[in-house]
Design a protein around this ligand. Structure first.
Ligand code: GUN
Length: 290
């Protein structure tokens, strides 16, 4: 069993990006600039945005966090998005999700200019990705594919089973894994899937992205499979200062001995998601500064 180290891989990629950025700034160009809009005070969102700011620092990017209280109106948020769409000094921006219930997330997502949508959530980017056109790839699927490539995990002709059909992981990952050059045979499972255990047991690459702690047990995994764990559920843990620990969707202790490769939680997919956001921001900067 080999552990897929997302933390080390992401550090390497951030160093590669920082090297490129240093060359641009040495020529007198401005640094890439990422803006994050953070609404309210959700603990998870605060942590994610803080980690994105830290990653920007590591890459030599400028970052700005724009905060709004949870009672911000949808119109105010849409006006802010419009300003950022038109701001030439902003290469890309994200609206951290989830948003308060009175705000329509889809409307907000679609208000972002596709050329600044570095999360890759806008239907234009989702659609372009699904037919293999240049676009901003959604961050978690792109991070998973990058890990598979860097660890030389074979994908061509292999059975890739994805548990979870979310718009930000399951669906876009399915599109990427079946693309030419990756060439996996993809199955997407969800809450209505019959014989889930058997379907998973057929996987050469099993991706757990359903958000249920330790859902994937050893009897669902074929010997020699590669297992990718996207879960990050906060589970109460009185021994931690924070009062919780992050728990993946895979029963790591019992599954890992059967695997060729496996990602841990934390330190697997999570850091790669943020690095994909950095890669998208660099791509936005390069196309803005042609
Ligand atoms: N909430 C959880 N993950 C993400 C993400 O990748 N982007 C944004 N904008 N919000 C999130």
């Amino acid at each position: 069993m080999e552990l897929i180290d997302g933390k080390a891989t992401s550090a390497k990629i951030k160093a590669e990006i920082a090297e490129q950025v240093a060359r641009f700034t040495a020529e007198g160009k401005r640094a890439p600039h990422l803006v994050a809009i953070l609404v309210g005070h959700d603990g998870g969102s605060e942590t994610y945005v803080a980690n994105k700011v830290k990653a920007c620092e590591a890459c030599g990017f400028k970052s700005t966090v724009i905060r709004r209280e949870a009672d911000v109106t949808e119109d105010e948020l849409l006006r802010l998005i419009d300003e950022l769409n038109r701001d030439k000094n902003v290469d890309g921006f994200i609206v951290q999700l989830p948003l308060p219930r009175h705000i329509d997330e889809q409307r907000v997502t679609e208000a972002i200019l596709p050329s600044k949508d570095v999360d890759g959530f806008h239907p234009v980017n989702v659609g372009r990705q699904s037919i293999g056109l240049p676009c901003f790839h959604s961050a978690t699927p792109a991070g998973i594919v990058e890990l598979l490539k860097r660890y030389n995990v074979p994908t061509r002709g292999k059975n890739c089973v994805i548990i979870g059909r979310s718009n930000i992981v399951g669906k876009p990952l399915a599109a990427l894994m079946m693309q030419k050059g990756i060439d996996a045979t993809v199955t997407v499972c969800h809450s209505a899937t019959d014989n889930l255990k058997e379907v998973c047991h057929n996987a050469d690459i099993l991706v757990a992205a359903l958000g249920r702690p330790e859902f994937v047990t050893a009897d669902m995994v074929k010997d020699g499979a590669t297992v990718i764990d996207v879960g990050t559920t906060r589970v109460p843990d009185a021994t931690r200062k924070s009062g919780f620990r992050l728990c993946g969707d895979v029963d790591f202790k019992n599954v890992s001995p059967k695997c060729s490769f496996i990602t841990p939680v934390p330190g697997g997919v999570g850091p790669m998601t943020i690095v994909s956001l950095m890669q998208n921001t660099l791509q936005a900067y390069l196309s803005n500064n042609k």
